[in-house]
Design a protein around this ligand. Sequence first.
Ligand code: UDP
Length: 411
Amino acid sequence: MHSPAPPARSIAAYETLTDRRLLERLATLAATLEDVRVLHVNSAASGGGVAELLRSIVPVCTDLGVDTDWLVIDAEESFFEVTKALHNGLQGDATTLTDEMKATYRAVTERNAATIDEAYDLVVLHDPQPLGMVEPLMETMPDTTIVWRCHLDLSAPASEPLAFVSNYMEHVDHAIFSRAAYETTVPVPSSSVIHPSIDPLAAKNEALDDATVAAESEQLAPISFDTPLVTQVSRFDPWKDQLGTLEAYRRLTDRIPDAQLALVGSMADDDPEGGERHEQVAATAATDPDVHVLTDLSDTAVNVLQRQSDVVVQKSLREGFGLVVSEALWKRTPVVGSTVGGIPLQIEDGRNGYLVEPDDVVGLSRRVEQLLRNDVRRLEFGQYGREVVRERFLLPRQLAEFLTVVADLVS
Ligand code: UDP
């Protein structure tokens, strides 16, 4: 396994953005954990929401005085093909895993578990990729508490993949889900719910001065910030339904011909489907000069696009939480999103954006049109969106809930 090196973070830097009592609670919790060693394991150092979360949680915990490490699984493509099938299956695809796929999963997770040579009080395995490490870890670290942190949309898992991962889940001490509805679908001994959060101080979300916005905006040419701009930021993944977004956009241009669409996507290290899906989306969009399919933008460029877009959309078919929704709302950009997974936790329909059924491209294009035609509503939705995120979806709140769970489990 390898250990990413996220930039250092100091909890003191969050003072102006966080209620004082929450910061005090964090300090108290951290003090009770000063002898506790925590390890997070996931399968990608960058790309996607889990890496995004760990890049902030790990250094802030360290700054708080909780000894926290982060390791990323080393694996070959064949492993990630298995884990992407598992990911898709747990989100509802009728996937079948062959015996060979199961053997690959076991071999790689066991091999990675064997490389952990330090002692930890609590290990957090993120998503299905490292979950197979649970049994080898129980042997080598019998006193360690093992937590499964599931970031997926578990509202309707397919039975075979669920049965496969259930064999592992039964052995963890505790599971953490992003939404209460997911708790009931899986057999874990105990569980809790923690809504994820964004880091307001990360390059993706920090305040930017006008000069930086202007310089980055210029780099984003031929996108124009003087004509209506609609953006979706997502990994290239069928669940994110960029093709549905394109369809909604095409309907929109019947009524607002100069509207532009930016489809921004990264290739996560652990997602072998990304390249193919990107090609498909780019090919479908190729005939339209006002659709911009962009990959591998810097965090600051994503920040500028989320900030400068008139409307952000998130037309997911499944969504564990959907950090991108809070990222846009934090920048005062209203979001039109599907009624799936964690999106309705963040969008209050008619207050900071709109919710539409996941297959409703007509509804999506109408809601986007309404927002594009109404400057006052966009402004009001944007202001309220910022407050919703400030209240509920910033890092210190998530961290306090996580450390509370850790304290309960190790006490
Ligand atoms: N992201 C990014 N660049 C991209 C696409 C995605 O930085 O081109 C980031 C995005 O800003 C967010 C994360 O990847 O922080 C995606 O998290 P989310 O919870 O929305 O979805 P996931 O990828 O975990 O399914």
